[in-house]
Design a protein around this ligand. Structure first.
Ligand code: PRP
Ligand code: URA
Length: 222
């Protein structure tokens, strides 16, 4: 795996990772990392980074050519085809990313998976799950700002597989090699898009340099 920006690269378990290479994304990630950024700005930055990186994560969406009458003439032009995509967010922090995706695809269906990391074991604990009943027919984008140990993403991908989903794509703001390896050793076919690829996890399973606890910073709970 390399952090080759903008280019899709192969992780050791042979899945694809794309780190979006854009000065605006880089600038906003720097602001997000800053310990002095308050919740209001933090939420806005998460939204803006999601909008910018979704451009890459949703590049594969199928389109069909339809007739459209412009004020000048009639032409054919692409529009999204097939069932509306589903965006699935991992609570809590994924909520802000869901809302951003809905501004881009207002007709998207939404699923929620509630997980928190046990503070001792760092393993995900599930407390909620509500998905569109026909999610297996839809293109699925899983969103969570942080891909740390990968436990939360892997558990969510298990849930989506239980529902019969095709391999979802994963969009996170910050990831690290450990999280990518965990996802790709369980689900090598999952394509991951990140705004930044950080160095490593620390002894508390937080991403270094990272941004701290995303949920707490989004909602001002600590
Ligand atoms: C954070 C984050 C991810 C998870 C990532 O959530 O939003 O869901 O940790 O860590 P992992 O890759 O090691 O599983 P957290 O458990 O803090 O819950 P919260 O969103 O409710 O704050
Ligand atoms: N969850 C977070 O919110 N931040 C990390 O660095 C790791 C897990």
């Amino acid at each position: 795996m390399s952090a080759d920006a903008g280019a899709a690269s192969q992780s050791p378990a042979s899945g694809t990772v794309t780190v979006v290479d854009h000065p605006l994304v880089a600038h906003k990630v720097t602001m997000l990392r800053d310990v002095g950024t308050v919740s209001e700005s933090f939420r806005a930055l998460c939204t803006e980074i999601t909008l910018l990186t979704a451009y890459e994560a949703l590049r594969h969406l199928p389109v069909e050519s339809v007739a459209v009458e412009t004020p000048i003439t009639t032409t054919r032009s692409p529009r999204l085809s097939g069932p509306a995509p589903a965006v699935v967010g991992i609570l809590r922090a994924g909520l802000v990313m869901i809302e951003a995706i809905l501004t881009l695809i207002p007709h998207a269906r939404v699923g929620h998976v509630g997980l928190y990391r046990d503070p001792e074991s760092h393993q995900p604990v599930q407390y909620y799950r509500k998905l569109p009943t026909d999610i297996a027919e839809r293109d699925v984008l899983l969103v969570d700002p942080m891909l740390a140990t990968g436990g939360s993403a892997v558990r969510s991908l298990e849930i989506l597989r239980e529902e019969g989903c095709r391999p979802p794509r994963l969009l996170s703001i910050i990831g690290c090699p450990e999280g990518i390896a965990a996802v790709h050793s369980a689900y090598p076919e999952v394509q991951i898009t990140l705004a930044a690829l950080d160095e490593r996890l620390n002894e508390n399973a937080y991403i270094v340099p990272g941004l701290g606890d995303a949920g707490d910073r989004i909602y001002g709970t600590r």
